[in-house]
Ligand binder design. Structure first.
Ligand code: SF4
Ligand code: SF4
Length: 503
């Protein structure tokens, strides 16, 4: 019998340490929404309008106005998409991956092209996605993407091309699991979501013979054939998450293939406690032990310190800082200065702060664990704070500008097709006043702090049960420091650096 990657996961994964799931709210049991999501065409139905919108954005990027606030590509990407992603993840789950437009051309291509290769073993981790995540953050600052519709359009086209090429060459969902930086952002963020794709009753899985949720459903017209040589009519989880041993939302795209494949209707979208999974230890299906994976530690670190850097780069003091570095060094190009800032913000600063917290933990608890091992354990507790910063930053742009899409769309319709939608463009539309949004930002940051404290406390209790308080305090102080930095950034005046070094 052929042993597939899915087969290996069924055989290899061990049950994690997790509490029995109580009877829970299940979105798939809801009358209308549940029925829609249980329908196999639901994902395509969600993807199609986002795909069409992406095409409109690409067209507007190349042939629309150069001014970013009047261009649908720049406006929707950097104000609406980013804001909606974090707000929806906070309120529901990873719905962007569910409605991901980049997967639609890939699905079409796979009707004719069967990928031939397995993703290289050396790259079955998060390192490539981390590098791409940093690259996107860097390109955002270097190319002033928020103010450049053309580059934004090229980024969207590159994304479509990358998804198509990677998943045409490599089997399963290699692009989502190992490549896509937006996906990694969504996976980490959705650990804070209140919903999770999970089994309803583990006892049913214990008696299940077929494990179709991961193996896929195969046509069995010819019973004499080897079962695993038969064509798949409904695929199982392409991200190698075996439902009964899956923990939380890491690596889950909410594609619902497992829901359609399970012959016992035993997979739902269940309510759970946000962030609880971050404190869970043990083997997770398709992932392994997060607390021993340094790539996950770096991903969580880049996610959190990248949030601070991304917000910091939008305020006035950074412009003054860059200008003074340029004056001091005589540099007249921006990329070496940005490289220095990125190195400090994403390498030196986290190494010093996390290292100091781990050393303090060791000293306070008398732990014999290595510094790296302590950092690996506690890195998961960075995620709520990081998400709080992204939420405050992206939420600010979205909430203060969500109505701007109306006049920009009116203007696009008028200029492209001569269609006066609802009359002249209503340029006066904006969003909520900053006086209302700022308390919300403080609330998001405070929630992030609280989440990180709770996760750090749970980790300290698991890892050093007799010195929980001593193990917790250094990390509590670290998160207080990050909150202070984030609050300082959020109170600074905004300053676009489009004129940097431009004289
Ligand atoms: S989720 Fe469904 S297919 Fe998967 S093991 Fe459980 S009962 Fe079987
Ligand atoms: S098939 Fe895998 S990725 Fe898709 S919803 Fe189920 S567990 Fe998540």
């Amino acid at each position: 019998m052929t042993s597939t990657v899915q087969e290996q996961h069924v055989a290899r994964d061990r049950p994690p340490h997790r509490h029995a799931r109580p009877a829970s709210f299940d979105v798939l049991r809801l009358p209308w929404l549940g029925r829609f999501l249980r329908w196999r065409g639901s994902r395509r139905t969600l993807q199609l309008p986002v795909f069409v919108l992406s095409l409109v954005m690409i067209a507007h990027a190349f042939w629309g106005p150069d001014l970013a606030p009047k261009n649908l590509a720049a406006l929707l990407t950097w104000v609406h998409f980013r804001g909606l992603v974090v707000l929806v993840i906070l309120l529901a789950g990873n719905l962007f991956c569910m409605a991901c437009p980049f997967m639609l051309p890939r699905e079409l291509a796979r009707r004719w092209i069967a990928p031939r290769w397995e993703w290289p073993r050396a790259l079955r981790n998060k390192w490539l996605a981390i590098a791409l995540f940093v690259l996107v953050l860097f390109a955002y600052e270097w190319l002033d993407l928020w103010s450049n519709p053309l580059w934004t359009g090229m980024l969207i086209v590159t994304y479509f091309a990358a998804a198509l090429i990677v998943d045409s060459l490599f089997r399963r969902a290699s692009f989502c699991k190992y490549f896509c930086p937006v996906g990694q952002f969504n996976f980490l963020s959705s650990t804070l979501s209140p919903l999770e794709v999970a089994v309803r009753d583990k006892a049913v899985c214990d008696d299940c013979q077929t494990k179709d949720c991961i193996r896929g459903v195969r046509r069995s017209e010819n019973p004499s054939s080897e079962h695993y040589q038969l064509p798949i009519v409904q695929r199982g989880c392409e991200l190698a998450l075996f439902q009964p041993r899956k923990v939380g939302n890491l690596d889950c795209t909410f594609c619902l293939d497992c829901v359609y494949a399970c012959p016992h209707d035993n997979v739902g979208i269940l309510a759970r406690l946000p962030a609880e999974q971050l404190a869970t230890i043990g083997t997770r299906s398709g992932i392994g032990k997060v607390e021993r994976r340094f790539d996950f530690t770096v991903l969580a670190t880049i996610f959190t310190f990248g949030a601070l850097l991304n917000a910091f780069a939008m305020i006035s003091p950074v412009y003054a800082l860059e200008q003074s570095i340029a004056d001091f060094t005589g540099l007249r190009v921006e990329w070496p200065i940005l490289t220095g800032m990125f190195t400090v913000a994403l390498v030196l600063e986290p190494a010093i702060l996390l290292g100091a917290a781990a050393v303090a933990t060791r000293w306070c608890t008398g732990s014999q664990e290595s510094i790296l091992s302590i950092v690996n354990h506690f890195a998961r507790s960075l995620v709520p704070m990081g998400f709080g910063i992204w939420l405050a930053h992206y939420g600010f742009h979205f909430l203060t500008g969500f109505l701007t899409v109306v006049p920009v769309a009116q203007n696009a319709a008028l200029q492209s097709f001569g269609l006066p939608l609802l009359g002249e463009p209503l340029w006066q539309l904006g969003g909520l006043p900053e006086s209302i949004v700022f308390p919300m930002e403080v609330g998001f940051l405070s929630l992030g702090l609280l989440g990180s404290w709770l996760v750090a406390w749970s980790i300290a209790r698991n890892v050093m049960p007799r010195r929980t308080v001593n193990g917790f305090v250094p990390w509590a102080l670290l998160y207080l420091l990050l909150l202070t930095a984030a609050l300082w950034i959020m109170t600074q005046p905004m300053d676009m650096r489009g004129t940097f070094l431009g004289g």
